[in-house]
Write a protein that binds this ligand. Structure first.
Ligand SMILES: [Zn+2]
Length: 294
């Protein structure tokens, strides 16, 4: 199974504050050639290129970071989700600082940016990663499991002991549901009670009621919500962004419970290892064609 490789038509840019660093950056998406993949380019550091791949990921607490040498780009997941959700396989992401702008806390501003640029087919194909047997990662009550399927379906369940969140389940089918309408608008969320501790740890420095749903112990302090179950929809958004680090589209039915970036990362690692093991075996099963170089 293959899908068309796609890039954007023209350069587009967006600026804003980083959720955790509090640093303002400018991101410019630029068209890329078929096969180059999704790549961060540190415009402020001689154009150092950091592929948006699992092999580059270095941190997963609260957000996903990709690095090369000592240089990193943080909070990549919402932008990567918008890129994957738009079917883009090849694009350069020039950025002049250490963190992707959080904008409104969702992927919607990035979807609008991609829409403004336009998307075009590159006249090449990319093989879809299809797993052949179930893969599962568990950690206490947290789990993620994928079973074989010919398309990508994600079922995500969360259960928070909070009157506004509670138990939420969303089922998202990439083939039939709209990423733009159902998932992209869902914003990240945080609790007032955690802010002090996070700031002391150097996190959430750019966080505000403008770029996250903020909850106290009883309610949302900056309502209204965009969806009653916006919280679990955002978890799907994060997972789509983290799955993009596989580097090619994936098919399978995924069920995630109470997971987060750290578990997503271990899951992606396990999927890649399984795929590599399967693909290692495949060439040996193929007969050598007559007149081959071997
Ligand atoms: Zn997120």
């Amino acid at each position: 199974m293959f899908v068309q490789r796609k890039t954007i038509n023209s350069k587009v840019s967006i600026s804003g504050i980083g959720l955790h660093s509090g640093v303002y950056t400018r991101v410019e998406l630029r068209p890329a050639v078929a096969g180059s993949g999704v790549t961060f380019v540190r415009a402020d550091l001689h154009g150092l290129r950091i592929p948006a791949l699992q092999a580059s990921t270095t941190a997963f607490d609260y957000a996903t970071t990709v690095s090369k040498d000592d240089v990193s780009v943080g909070t990549v997941e919402h932008l990567l989700a918008a890129i994957a959700g738009s079917g883009i396989t090849d694009v350069d992401i020039h950025i002049d600082g250490p963190e992707v702008p959080i904008v409104d806390g969702s992927a919607l501003p990035f979807m609008h940016l991609i829409d403004a640029a336009g998307v075009r087919a590159l006249g090449a194909e990319v093989p879809v990663l299809r797993i052949t047997e179930p893969i599962e990662i568990t950690d206490g009550q947290k789990s993620i499991r994928i079973v074989p399927s010919n398309r990508l379906v994600i079922k995500y369940k969360i259960d928070f002991d909070h009157p506004v969140i509670g138990r939420q389940i969303v089922h998202f089918d990439f083939q039939h549901d709209s990423f733009l309408r159902k998932i992209a608008p869902a914003r990240t969320f945080g609790f007032v009670r955690d802010v002090e501790q996070m700031r002391a740890a150097g996190l959430a420095r750019g966080g505000s009621v403008e770029n996250a749903i903020v909850l106290d112990d009883r309610r949302v302090i900056n309502g209204p919500l965009r969806f009653r179950d916006e919280f679990v929809r955002h978890k799907i958004l994060d997972l789509i962004g983290d799955l993009a680090l596989i580097g090619r589209p994936i098919a399978g039915e995924i069920t995630a419970q109470r997971a987060g970036h750290a578990l997503h990362a271990r899951f992606v690692e396990k999927i890649i290892a399984a795929a590599e093991a399967q693909e290692e075996i495949q060439p040996r099963l193929l007969a050598q064609p007559a007149g081959s170089f071997a």
